[in-house]
Design a protein around this ligand. Structure first.
Ligand code: GDP
Length: 137
C-alpha cells in the first residue's frame, strides 16, 4: 500500500486544528501509519527542505518551520501521494480549491498549514527522514 509524508505546520498546530486536519485524512481513506509531534531545529528543517536551498524563500521557509511544533505523519492508502495532495490544495491558499485543507485552514503561501510529499520517490525519502521502520505500524 502506498505511503506519503504529511506535516501539520506550525501555523495549524498553533491554531489548534490538528484534529480537524487529521479528520480530513481519515475520512478520505488515509490511515495514520506513524505520527509524532516535534519541534524542528534549523539544521533538520534545512536538510528536509534541501531541494529548495537555492530558492529565494528558503530562509523564510526554514524560519517558519522552526517557529513552533509540527506534527509529522506517515499516511497510508490507495494512491496516498496524490490523494494527500488533492486534500491539501494548492501551495498558495488563495488559489486552493474550496474544501481543501489549505483553503480552510491556511493564511498565506508560507504559513500554508500542511506539507505533503509530491512524488512516491520523495515520499519514501521523507518518511525515512523522520521515522524508523519500527515506528511505522
Ligand atoms: P508544496 O509542495 O505545495 O508545499 O510547495 P513547494 O514544494 O513549491 O514549496 C514548499 C514550501 O515552501 C511551501 O509549502 C511553502 O511553505 C514554501 N513556499 C513556496 N513558495 C513560497 C514563496 O513564494 N514564499 C514563501 N515565503 N514561501 C514559499
Amino acid at each position: 500500500m502506498e505511503k506519503t509524508l504529511s506535516i501539520i505546520k506550525p501555523d495549524a498546530v498553533k491554531k489548534g486544528v490538528i484534529g480537524k486536519i487529521i479528520d480530513r485524512f481519515e475520512s478520505n481513506g488515509l490511515r495514520i501509519a506513524a505520527m509524532k509531534k516535534i519541534k524542528l531545529d534549523e539544521k533538520t528543517a534545512g536538510e528536509f527542505y534541501e531541494v529548495h536551498k537555492e530558492r529565494p524563500f528558503f530562509g523564510e521557509l526554514v524560519e517558519f518551520m522552526t517557529s513552533g511544533p509540527v506534527v509529522v505523519m506517515a499516511l497510508e492508502g490507495e494512491g496516498a501521494v496524490l490523494k494527500n495532495r488533492e486534500l491539501m490544495g494548492a501551495t498558495d491558499p488563495k488559489e486552493a480549491e474550496k474544501g481543501t485543507i489549505r483553503a480552510d485552514f491556511a493564511e498565506s503561501i508560507d504559513a500554508n498549514a500542511v506539507h505533503g510529499s509530491d512524488s512516491l520517490e520523495n515520499a519514501d525519502r521523507e518518511i525515512k527522514f523522520f521515522f524508523s521502520k519500527e515506528e511505522i505500524l
